[in-house]
Design a protein around this ligand. Structure first.
Ligand code: C5P
Length: 322
């Protein structure tokens, strides 16, 4: 084995629409969402122990996983105990499931803002699981991989799949979605971490005061023809977490308004529980111009042009049930 690291992308997740369709007896909310991935994100590089042994002498005892964090948002993760990082928990959980030692060095490059509704921590854990699966010769669509992912968090299985799909239940039902057309996007976060539990608590509190019915599932009846058509279909749907997220982070309204005003914006929407919002555009030029204009007007915000990521040829098949 050489010292060449196994590199896995951890792309940002976007909820193109997100309907809250019910609530389970345990308090978790059931969702229907069309999930897509952006062409930017964090990255995981995993170096197996064989390289460490070759470098430092063959008599070293096996060690557990070790994590090194870098990247612009790395410092936001440095305060906590590294063992609590979801990436480390992923490595321990898969190793335990397979009865192996995860004697690996994991380098995480944190390019996505933390607690921002685009699944950064889940994507990192999922990328770590895929990298370990490759190291250990396990198919990346192995049901055991998805079972371990589900044990780590509701968004982790969809991030293991790493491809656009419908997300149902609490993330334990993943279904094929129509192929998405070439679509460009701008991601904007007002540099404000928003804890997911606070948004679901605000949703539950608002629902306790109103008898409004839950949203119906809203899967597409047809494949969107192009970016404009995709935006038109999405405009008939919502992100039901927008109102509760606004109560937790009112600045989200400014982000949505800035995207809405930008030239060529076909749709602006909150992703997940926020605070990151995205705008959709038909061309890369429009997305880049919009990102530049917003970043100039709001230098304190995180603003990135990107596009919806086409399904990678080696993306795992979706699991039949998790
Ligand atoms: O999945 P995550 O750990 O981020 O969820 C945090 C909290 O958000 C949960 O403990 C739950 O209270 C709430 N939640 C929910 N329904 C979901 C996901 C999360 O009510 N589908």
């Amino acid at each position: 084995m050489t010292g060449i690291p196994i590199v896995e992308a951890a792309p940002a997740k976007l909820n193109l629409y997100l309907h809250v369709t019910g609530r389970r007896a345990d308090g978790y909310h059931e969702l229907d969402s069309l999930v897509a991935f952006a062409d930017l994100g964090d990255a995981i590089a995993l170096t197996p122990a064989a390289a460490r042994l070759a470098l430092r002498g063959a008599d070293l005892p096996p060690a557990g996983p070790r994590l090194a964090i870098a990247g612009p948002f790395g410092p936001d993760l440095m305060g906590g105990n590294p063992a609590d990082n979801l990436v480390m928990r992923a490595a321990h959980a898969l190793a335990a499931r397979l009865g192996r030692q995860a004697d690996v060095m994991i380098a995480l490059t944190k390019a996505l803002p933390v607690a921002s509704g685009i699944g950064g921590g889940s994507a990192d854990a999922a990328a770590c699981l895929r990298a370990l699966a490759r190291l250990w010769g396990m198919p990346t669509d192995d049901p055991a991989l998805f079972a371990v992912a589900a044990g780590l968090g509701a968004d982790v299985p969809v991030c293991v799949a790493g491809r656009s799909c419908y997300f149902g239940g609490i993330g334990d039902v993943l279904d094929e979605a129509p192929e998405l057309p070439e679509t460009h996007a701008v991601l904007v976060n007002p540099n404000l971490p928003v804890p997911t539990p606070a948004v679901f608590r605000a949703l539950a509190a608002a629902r306790a005061e109103s008898a409004a019915p839950f949203s119906a599932p809203a899967r597409f009846a047809r494949k969107p023809a192009d970016a404009r058509d995709l935006a038109a279909l999405l405009l008939e749907r919502t992100n039901d977490l927008t109102a509760p997220a606004l109560t937790v982070a009112p600045a989200i309204a400014d982000v949505l308004a800035a995207l809405e005003r930008s030239a060529g914006c076909l749709l602006s929407r909150l992703s997940g529980s926020g605070a990151t919002c995205f705008g959709l555009y038909a061309t890369t030029q429009e997305a880049e111009a919009a990102a530049k204009a917003i970043a100039t007007a709001e230098p304190g915000w995180w603003v990135r042009p990107t596009r919806l990521r086409p399904t990678p040829p080696d993306a795992p098949a979706l699991p039949r049930g998790i």
